[in-house]
Write a protein that binds this ligand. Sequence first.
Ligand code: AMP
Length: 280
Amino acid sequence: MIILKSTIELNNWFIENLNGLEENLGFVPTMGALHMGHASLIERAARECEIVVVSILVNPTQFNEKADLQSYPRTLENDVIVAEKAGGTILFTPTPEDIYGGTPSAEKVDYGPITSAFEGLSRQGHFDGVVSVVDKLFMAVRPNRAYFGTKDLQQVAVVERMSNERHPKIQIVSCKLIRDENGLALSSRNTRLSDTGIILAQNISQELQSVVDRVKDGLDVNDSVEIAKKKLKNLKGLELEYISGVNYKTFSISTENHGRSHIIIAASVEGIRLIDNIEL
Ligand code: AMP
């Protein structure tokens, strides 16, 4: 795998090597600390594209808490191994200053509930940062297809909207959420959980599954969510932020049990914020 550390290096590599392959270029943007969730995106991109660019950039503008940014795991040596094994062609590791063309900053974005509700409400400015960095990365990489995980379901909706408006030629490919053998959604932040924390965090996916099971048995979506809410609120050491049925395209609250409905959740364990979701 080729490691390119700046937009200039990436551009030069493209000029010398693309020779028509730009017609079939896949892109997987990440913040590093790669795990099998990231690998699944890279593998899919490698199946569908000639060239796969994987970027690693811990984007300061999408962090609403400085401590979270500072403690975000950085594991470049291992990332090279994971990205290469999954089929990445290029690992692109620019600095924030390079991508932003100076001090990183993000313009305000208002796409209605998809930027203002749930994650947008809990993490003020988060999606401004996501939109800014993905927009700038798209300009640098100029992919045909870009791969995003439904682990970050609301982010997919935001990126689709931004891309429709600013990069209509780029196809956004949304990819399946990958879990560990106990159901916990894989996340770079999981490495910061203790063994006890991991066991506690497993309640998140277990309760999501229970919501779905009860709805399948005929219970109303709201009632099923309320049962999970009560259970999670009673768990010592887990702080529930929200759990709700939503339409995954609009992020308006939904009590439908079919079509575009998902149950989304955010909770903290040992001060680590975790998100998850499940299709109804
Ligand atoms: P991140 O490094 O957390 O910014 O994630 C980079 C990309 O990987 C995003 O599109 C995420 O949605 C995706 N991703 C992270 N975790 C998972 C997972 N467990 N399953 C699928 N995709 C994931």
